[in-house]
Design a protein around this ligand. Structure first.
Ligand code: ZN
Ligand code: MG
Length: 374
């Protein structure tokens, strides 16, 4: 049967008219708002393994009879660490993202991509009357700790960064780089003496060792572990564990308003840059012991949120076929950083905020959330 053309038109028009007004079913967006944790964290210990990607952790694990303290954490996540101007980040931009919550350019310290200063967690904790601390195995003016303290366009401005320590009031400081404080090229200031004049107990590696120092709980404490960069763990550097533990205990009793402590295993990165697997593994295993000790502190304390993460991976490390437990065939792909995501581990009040996959700037926001700051 042939239907006249005009009938086809008449039949089609109402169909189109009906189809039009039907409301589109709205897709529900995935909830991005974070739940407020049931318990507020009073203290935060943030541990950053510089250059500590998943293969660095795996290499440590499988060189240590398949055991790490990191396994005790129940909340884990992954963070995307790209910089604002480069997919491959550096310690300055990644440190700034964590410390200040902004994506910035490679090399920038505590400033946004517009070079405007961004407030760090350390500064905000100070402003809120909390005690604060930094313990690192690099110099105190290296990129990672600097991101928590200074606001300069370049990580190379080490003497400027040192001056920032005088402007803040960090209660517990342990790391290298004494020469940037006391043997300065840009001026004749002695910043170590100025810290003393400010009321700090200042000591250094020429006078004492960390486990032997006597602390005055009423005074701030600064200890320089080297003139420039501290040595390697495998060359007998051993202060990270006692200094970190001392830092947590000191800060807890120094001030009743809670504390923020940042501990960096700085040299996992340096092992990667040197493409030296045993350097990476020894630094990683030392850092893991520190993690275990601070985790014990947090479990006992009950009010401490502890977060372990990295700024980026270094070296493009691989564990190759043919590897066996405690006998790994490792291979590096580069002397530089890579763009792979890095893990986040959390324990304590607010730890659940750190599961999932998110930008590194979220670590900042989620710490603030856990502390009840937003
Ligand atoms: Zn780094
Ligand atoms: Mg670093």
């Amino acid at each position: 049967m042939r239907i006249p053309f005009v009938w086809i038109l008449i039949l089609l028009i109402p169909c189109a008219a009906f189809a039009q007004p039907r409301a589109k079913k709205e897709k529900k967006p995935i909830a991005t708002e974070l739940n407020t944790p049931s318990r507020r964290a009073k203290n935060v210990i943030l541990l950053i393994g510089d250059g500590m990607g998943l293969t660095q952790i795996s290499a440590g694990l499988y060189n240590n009879n398949n055991a790490l303290s990191l396994e005790k954490f129940r909340s884990t996540g992954l963070q995307k660490n790209y910089a604002s101007d480069d997919l491959i980040t550096d310690s300055a931009a990644a440190g700034t993202a964590i410390a200040c919550g902004v994506k910035t350019k490679v090399g920038a310290i505590g400033v946004g991509k517009d070079n405007k200063p961004a407030k760090s967690l350390m500064e905000e904790a100070e402003a809120r009357g909390m005690a604060t601390g930094i313990v690192v195995t690099s110099s105190l003016v290296d990129a990672t700790p600097s991101a928590f303290v200074a606001h300069v366009p370049s990580r190379d401005q080490k003497e400027d960064i040192a001056k920032s320590y005088l402007e803040l009031d960090i209660d517990f400081l342990v790391g290298g780089g004494r020469k940037y404080f006391s043997q300065r090229q840009s001026d004749a200031r002695d910043l170590a003496r100025e810290l003393e004049e400010k009321g700090y107990v200042v000591s250094d590696y020429t006078e004492s060792e960390i486990p032997k120092v006597t602390l005055d709980l009423k005074k701030n404490f600064a200890f320089f572990t080297a003139e420039e960069d501290p040595g390697k763990f495998q060359d007998s550097r051993s202060y990270l564990l006692p200094a970190s533990r001392l830092g947590a205990v000191f800060l807890k009793s120094h001030n009743s308003k809670g504390f923020f402590l940042m501990v960096e295993g700085s040299q996992i990165d340096w092992g990667g840059r040197a493409n030296d697997a045993s350097y990476v593994v020894t630094e990683l295993l030392e850092f893991d012991r520190v993690i275990g000790s601070l985790l014990e502190f947090a479990i006992e304390d009950g009010e401490t949120l502890i977060i372990v993460t990295a700024d980026h991976e270094t070296g493009g490390l691989a564990i190759n076929p043919g590897s066996q437990m405690n006998n790994l065939l490792t291979e590096f792909n580069t002397n530089a950083h890579t763009g792979v995501m890095v893990p986040v581990f959390a324990y304590g009040p607010g730890a659940e905020l750190f599961s999932g996959m998110y930008d590194n700037t979220e670590i900042n926001r989620r710490i603030r959330k856990a502390l009840g700051w937003e």
